[in-house]
Design a binder for this molecule. Sequence first.
Ligand code: FAD
Ligand code: SF4
Length: 503
Amino acid sequence: MPWILGTQLHPDVGPLARAPSGSRVLLIEAHDFARRKSYHHDKLAIMFSGMRHFRDELEDAGYDVVYLKAPTFSDALAEYFERYPDDELIQMRSPSYNSAMRFDELVEDVGGQYRSVENELFVGTTTAFDEWANNSDTDPFRHETFYRWMRGKSGVLMNDGDPVGGEWNYDDENRDFPPDDWESPPVYDPEHDELTTETMSWVESTFDTWGDTDSLIWPVTREQALEKLHHFISERIPSFGPYQDAMRREDWAMSHALLGSSINLGLLHPVEVIQEIETAYHNRDDIPLNSVEGVIRQMLGWREFMRHVYRHTMPELGSANQLDAQHDLPSAYWSGETNMACLGETVDDVKQRGYSHHIQRLMVLANFATLWGADPSELNEWFNATYVDAYHWVTTPNVVEMGQYGEGVFATKPYVSSANYIDKMSDYCGECEYYKTKDTGDGACPFNALYWDFLDRNEETLRSNHRMGLMYSHVDNKREDGEMENIRERVSDLREMERAGTL
Ligand SMILES: Cc1cc2nc3c(=O)[nH]c(=O)nc-3n(C[C@H](O)[C@H](O)[C@H](O)COP(=O)(O)OP(=O)(O)OC[C@H]3O[C@@H](n4cnc5c(N)ncnc54)[C@H](O)[C@@H]3O)c2cc1C
Ligand code: SF4
């Protein structure tokens, strides 16, 4: 009997797709996990409402749905096998390490039968990746190598064995900042039904949630998710490429796809998303190649890559901390209260919708946490709780490895920067109470002193990295000029300000 997880809400995939109408299907709505920490309201709302809608759709399609609400999976499984002792549950393997390990045990504990099979909600299979990784003479944990292999294997954006346009990657065309008069395209805002509004109120009154509770911009059904995809393709994709790395005040969505939560819930299959985008590119002449390649690189490349990196490096990656970062995450990540415009605005975005786009995640939130020396697993927990698209399999490689250089599996150096980068790619600094060009003294941008202090305190690990050579020549100059003393003093003031709530 198919057992469908809340992240597998697709009717045409896996054991469910092969079970004829009339078959019994199990869905379990477990609640205790949401009591253990404060999740974003919208994250819980889309998961529970998504499951409830999927239950109704399966019933309409003639399935015999067993929908159990229980404190834990264990309680629900005990109830299920009491009712149907002879059933064998078949489930697509969860991509997250703990749940994949746990389900086997839980079913065994209640004396039931269970089998997990390949998760078909990805583009490639684990077997194909593992065969390629074992037989390949290049490093499978270099994203660009993996991405080219995926393009070649899938034929996506390929022309007679060559990449369309002659280049594999147009990233260098994707770093513009929009002119002042550019208006970002409209965002698709689904109309929610009573089931969703009731679920939203129930989530609000049942759990101690974080973030705004009044509106919900995210799809909860496949129909809404498809509409969001079509809206992205018709309205937003042409400007996705050039402004992919830009950040603007009061422009939370820019031209991003906003599809992560729907793909990660299983409402959309990544293959159908990629195919529709590629077809639109071939049929229309207003979609530039750097936009279409940019978004396909994220879905066919990065998303798949992260899944395999995670599979191959867990459980170690979960607690990796090669820079021995031990500080607590600044309280502004939860409160949003800070004088730093970039951090405050980004946390406000996350509070409102459980979302911020990639560069805010990487170059504001993860960058600041890394410079601060925050423990990677605490930041991982924070992302996991606060984002609508967050699950352990996808946050861990993104946050611990890409964001915080936890292990060095695929990141060749930490993604850290001073205010310089943020100022170049955003309009935050102009409205900030801190001075972007000052390193030390009152009012100096916290990113600057923390950046030099980060390089100084991690010298043993980072200086020998040839990609950090230029940075360390600047550190040497600062030491010669006697500036490091002032930088350390500023960092100590910043830590004091954080404790006092005045950062
Ligand atoms: C610190 C940090 C934390 C992140 N946390 C998450 C997370 O919890 N969940 C999540 O799905 N992604 C995460 N990402 C990756 C990426 O930022 C989001 O997938 C993306 O911002 C989602 O927004 P979007 O749908 O508008 O995507 P777009 O930027 O428009 O990209 C399109 C799609 O590509 C996929 N994608 C792009 N980059 C990645 C990536 N690095 N890893 C996996 N998929 C990717 C997503 O499915 C996304 O919907 C994180 C990245 C960083 C640096
Ligand atoms: S000055 Fe510093 S803190 Fe302020 S917005 Fe710019 S980078 Fe962020």
